[in-house]
Every structure is written in C-alpha cells, then in structure tokens.
Design a protein around this ligand. Structure first.
Ligand code: CP
Ligand code: NVA
Length: 313
C-alpha cells in the first residue's frame, strides 16, 4: 500500500508527475470527476485546521468522491479506542484517509494498520502536503507551463524562526531531495533537531542545509524567503518565551531587501502579522501566500489521484 506520510514517499519522478497533474487540474478544475469515483475518504483531525480541512473536503468532492470529516474527540479515539483498531475499522468503510495529528508515530501506526492509503495532513514532525504545494507554487512562478522540478536545483531558500518545527523539517527533507540550497535562521535553541538528520540519513539523502543565528546571512541572495508561526499547535505552553526569543527573526522589508530582487515570500499560514512576518511583507507584491493557499487544493487533488493510481496497479 502506497501512503504519503513524508516527502520521500514519492520518488522525484513521481513528484514531477504529481506537479504536472496539479498544473492540469488547476487549469481545468472540474476535469477529473472520475479519479475518486464513488470513493469515501476520511479526513481525521486531532488538531485545528482551516486550509487542510477545506481543501481536502472540496478536493475529494471535485474528484468524484465523498469526504467524511472526523475529529479525534468525537470519535471513540477520544475515549481510548486504539489507533490499530481504529485504522482497521476505518479501512473497512473508507477508500483513503487524511490525518492531522500530534506525534508522527501516530500516523505511522495508522498506516501500518490500514489497508487504505493514508495521507499526512500535518504531524509534529512534518507537513508534506504543504511542502509539495509550496514547491508547486514556486515552480509555477518560475515557469507555469513546465513546472519542471529540475528548476529547483541550486535555488536558495531561506527559512526563519522555529527551525525545529514541522515546516522546517519538511523544507530540510525537500531541499535534500530536490537539490535546493537551504539556509535556516533562528535562535540556537530552535536549531534543527537530530531526528531530521536521522531521517535524511535513513533516506540516503545528503545533510545539505545550513543553520545560522544570523537572519541577514540566511536571507542574502535567497530566491525564496519562508516563515511559519513561532508557536506551533501543541507548543502553546512555551508561547511567551518563544515569541521573545524569535523576535529578531521576523521577516521584514529590510530582510527581504537582502535577498535577490525577484525573491518571493511564502508562509504556510495561518500568519501572525507583527510576529514572524510584518504586515508590509504579507501585503507586498513579492508575497504569494494566497496562491500558495489556493494551490493546496490542486496539489492535494493530484496527490490523492496519484495514490489511487499507484494503489490500483
Ligand atoms: N497551512 C495549513 O496547513 O493550514 P491549516 O492549519 O489551516 O490547515
Ligand atoms: N507549524 C505550524 C504549521 C501550521 C500549518 C503548526 O504545526 O501549528
């Protein structure tokens, strides 16, 4: 069973096919009503969501399927039913399952016990649907016709803030997978964790990111500046110390000015203007955050269709 729990669950060739499919689905949004024909897909949330929930719900519909939106509190998971039993039961009703949860081991346990494809809608470790969307959005700016992954090679991405977060991990893995240069800037105590280095090694990928405490150094000559919230879901208890520590890493216009003149700004959203990014940057012509948000829909439709195709073989 082919799942999509991490960026490397598709080969680069398969990722290229996903991006081409996303391009075609974006150009003709209602052109694939058969891809999930008569399929029911569960969307199971242990955490809040706006974009992931809506884009998957709409996306399943547009592919001819039926979304079943669930959360952990209002299912028996909240009363202690095991992940293994839940996965086995859900596999008897559903054709696929998107899960947003806390520990990455929870989604791995779901996948190990499922006979249907499982898609990672965010864990504390990574957010691969977001990252594939981000790459698609960046490639669309480089050349909307080709969306060619080879154009990623050598591009410099700069990530600011919580460099031990799920989004930072997804960028670290993707930079290694697609040959991008990645500089991460944040406080020393929010440097990338050993577990992401272990993940790279387990996949046979190079450890090719650079971490710095100097935001200007990271921004210099970058093609893309990226940030995410300073307080991820589950980190609320340390919110005030995080905000104090990360203030120097806010993405501002002076920081944007250190990058290439045609550099873009992206953010997975939700954004907190005045914290990780200034309102001015969010509103600037270099900010492509709402294309990025829209592209969740097209990219995830392509991911679901690709999984359905691979699992039918
Ligand atoms: N970027 C993202 O995943 O947004 P949501 O938390 O709203 O789903
Ligand atoms: N790092 C953020 C991403 C939200 C989409 C979080 O986990 O809350």
């Amino acid at each position: 069973m082919q799942h999509f729990l991490k960026e490397t669950d598709f080969t680069p060739d398969q990722a290229q096919e996903v991006f081409h499919l996303a391009r075609d689905m974006k150009a003709s949004r209602f052109s694939s009503p058969e891809a999930l024909n008569f399929q029911s897909w569960g969307l199971l949330f242990f955490k809040s969501s706006t974009r992931t929930r809506i884009s998957f719900e709409v996306g399943v519909n547009e592919l001819g399927g039926f979304p079943v939106v669930l959360d952990s509190q209002n299912t028996q998971i909240g009363r202690g039913e095991s992940i293994g039993d839940t996965a086995r039961v859900m596999s008897r009703y559903l054709h696929g399952l998107v899960i947003r949860t806390f520990g990455h081991e929870i989604i791995e346990s779901f996948a190990a016990n499922s006979t249907i494809p499982v898609i990672n809608g965010l864990t504390d470790f990574n957010h691969p649907c977001q990252l594939y969307t981000d790459l698609f959005t960046f490639l669309e700016r480089i050349n909307p016709d080709t969306i060619d992954i080879s154009a990623l090679r050598g591009r410099k991405v700069a990530f600011f803030g919580d460099c031990a977060s799920n989004m930072a991990n997804s960028w670290i893995i993707s930079a290694a997978m697609f040959g991008m240069e990645l500089a991460l800037a944040g406080p020393e105590d929010f440097a990338p964790e050993q577990r992401v280095v272990d993940a790279l090694k387990a996949e046979g990928l190079p450890v090719n990111y650079r971490f710095t405490t100097n935001p200007e150094e990271a921004a210099k000559d970058a093609d893309l500046l990226y940030t995410d919230v300073w307080v991820s879901m589950g980190d609320e208890a340390t919110a005030s110390s995080r905000k104090a520590r990360m203030q120097p890493y806010q993405v501002t216009q002076p920081l944007m000015a250190m990058a290439k003149p045609d550099a873009y700004f992206m953010h997975c959203l939700p954004a907190h203007a005045g914290e990780e990014v200034s309102q001015e940057v969010l509103d600037s012509p270099r900010s492509i955050i709402f294309d990025e948000a829209e592209n969740r829909l097209h990219t995830q439709k392509a991911i679901m269709a690709k999984l359905a195709e691979l699992n039918a073989q």
